[in-house]
Design a protein around this ligand. Structure first.
Ligand SMILES: [Zn+2]
Length: 228
């Protein structure tokens, strides 16, 4: 179960709850329409739609935000959790048998661990006992795999230190003499496959969001095509 919060451009909010299938449909539609969708570590997602104002052309776009957060937060998905979830999401299908989860015909998750996965909302059990890796688990793992950072700009540096052979730096007395101001930053991600040299920290933060939105969109598209 997800708690849904809709914040309109005029700052009014509406709240409601929605199930897993509804949440996935909402995210799928948002990705198709090109809105910004970003998974959260709690196992939810934030959808942002920029609405350009038509009445005042100097006004910045206004934001319409939809947040879906699981009622029970996923918490950190550990390596052991991931192994169990991998078994549950495997080819043979999984189902609840007594208090344990049978994963295919060879594996099973013992009652204690199975109960915790279900209580944390990482595994969904349907009325017929079929167990699946939940949307909450998939969003949480994705967000935890893509933990981004931005580097603080170096500030005043000697031109040669940043490969600048043209500038002689500031003509000022004191510590800043001969130095230039380097406001460049780098955005990088814990997935190690990604980093971006940015103009400044604001740019780096924006790029980091874009990276997380790209990987979220890819996941949502995958899940949508699985669901048919
Ligand atoms: Zn990443």
């Amino acid at each position: 179960m997800f708690r849904e919060t809709i914040t309109s451009a005029d700052d009014s909010t509406e709240e409601g709850t929605c199930g897993e299938a509804d949440a996935l449909r909402l995210l799928g539609r948002a990705v198709r329409l090109g809105y910004q969708v970003e998974a959260t570590r709690a196992g939810g997602a934030v959808v942002v739609r920029e609405i350009p104002a038509c009445t005042d052309r100097w006004q910045l776009p206004r934001r319409h935000t939809v947040t879906v957060e699981p009622v029970v937060q996923a918490g950190r998905v550990t390596g052991v959790n991931r192994l169990d979830l991998e078994l549950i999401g495997g080819r043979g299908g999984s189902w609840l048998q007594g208090d344990r989860i049978r994963a295919g015909y060879l594996n099973s998750i013992p009652p204690g661990a199975a109960g915790r996965l279900i209580a944390r909302g990482l595994v969904t059990v349907a009325d017929d006992g079929v167990a699946t890796v939940s949307l909450v688990a998939r969003l949480a793992m994705l967000a935890q795999d893509h933990h981004t950072e931005t580097r603080e700009p170096r500030g005043y540096v000697h031109p040669a230190d940043i490969g600048n052979t043209v500038s002689a730096g500031l003509n000022k007395p004191g510590g800043r003499a001969g130095k230039v101001y380097d406001r460049s930053s780098v955005a990088s991600c814990s997935c190690r496959g990604w980093s971006y040299p940015a103009e400044d920290r604001e740019d780096a933060r924006r790029r980091a969001h874009e990276h997380r939105q790209e990987v979220t969109a890819a996941l949502v598209r995958d899940l949508g095509s699985e669901a048919g």
